[in-house]
Design a protein around this ligand. Sequence first.
Ligand code: NAD
Ligand code: ZN
Length: 370
Amino acid sequence: MKTFSVPTRVYSGDDSLKVLGRFRQRKIWIICDGFLATSPLLERLKQALPADNPLSLFSDITPDPTIATVVKGIEQMQALRPDVVIGFGGGSALDAAKAIVWFSRQQGIDIETCIAIPTTSGTGSEVTSAFVISDPSKGIKYPLFSDEIYPDIAILDPTLVATVPPAITANTGMDVLTHALEAYVSPRASDFTDALAEKAAQLVFRHLPTACRQGDCLITRGKMHNASTLAGIAFSQAGLGINHAIAHQLGGQFHIAHGLANALLLVPVIQYNAADNRARKRYARLAQVCGISPAQCDERQAVNQLIQRIEQLKNQCGLPRYLRDLKVGANQLEASIPAMIVAAQADATLKTTPRAATAADIREIIEALL
Ligand SMILES: NC(=O)c1ccc[n+]([C@@H]2O[C@H](COP(=O)([O-])OP(=O)(O)OC[C@H]3O[C@@H](n4cnc5c(N)ncnc54)[C@H](O)[C@@H]3O)[C@@H](O)[C@H]2O)c1
Ligand SMILES: [Zn+2]
């Protein structure tokens, strides 16, 4: 038996912050990073909240939130006891807020509502059952999945992403595409998740270059924001795979932005997975659904066309191609590979990868990035 449910209520559109008007006399705690804390976007959020709600702010979140930050957040939660927690920012702030709420609820603290308001279009964290926290001392990022992690409410306001610079737009957009692709080839994919992943991939191919070039186009930003959430729902149900399992290690070891790490890996991972008959069929199908390959195309040819289209998208968005472009040298990579292989094999996302991978396979995929 399979189940499909989206426990998070999603509000979207450039007037969607209005939904916050229903919260009255609630103790509200906003969790964000240092950038958002000083940005005019935070003022917009505060203005959307009725004045009779006492507000507090926790703005210690950094990219790839650490265990130490989450522990500090839980301590503050115990002192503050808010009714409503709002995660406001990119995936890092949303994940930190979800982690703090989840651990606090485990300790018996009653939080009425957890709200996620993304200001990047990438992780889909506003609708997922996951968060990722990092242990910088080990260079490892730990994804944790549980049905109790879903936020209660997600607010998708495209005006909040209009200021995202081109490089972050490109990185986060490639995260969306990776979520869609991994959910599509996952052994847990279903008609429900396929519909979401197909739409998300179509939207990324169509709109990501414009989002990078012309960030103030709200229609385009809205499409990418929706794509991110659609792909988030898809992978939250179908799971991810080896692309994320290795990307988490590139983030943990070299602090490469999550979406960029995924983008670097996409082509070698598709080439690896496509040796599996079912995965190859699925990639070919996605290439057809996205208008990249004609309907009667040979499967291998369709996979090649998908790869070429991804390379083209990366060029259009100005993404680097290799680790050396990010100043990660061969020796530095070589020294980290054994630890990365062990951690990738233990990563929760590997459970739903379509083609089993040995340590040697993982090494080969990583070495293709040099
Ligand atoms: N929970 C999940 O399901 C899930 C899925 C994928 C990734 N993740 C995690 O999410 C994190 C990555 O999130 P991300 O890619 O959104 O990056 P991020 O949250 O780290 O943000 C990247 C940068 O963008 C800036 N930024 C955010 N909003 C902005 C705006 N509106 N204008 C200008 N700058 C803005 C931030 O200040 C930061 O410097 C990683 O830790 C990753 O592991 C979680
Ligand atoms: Zn991701």
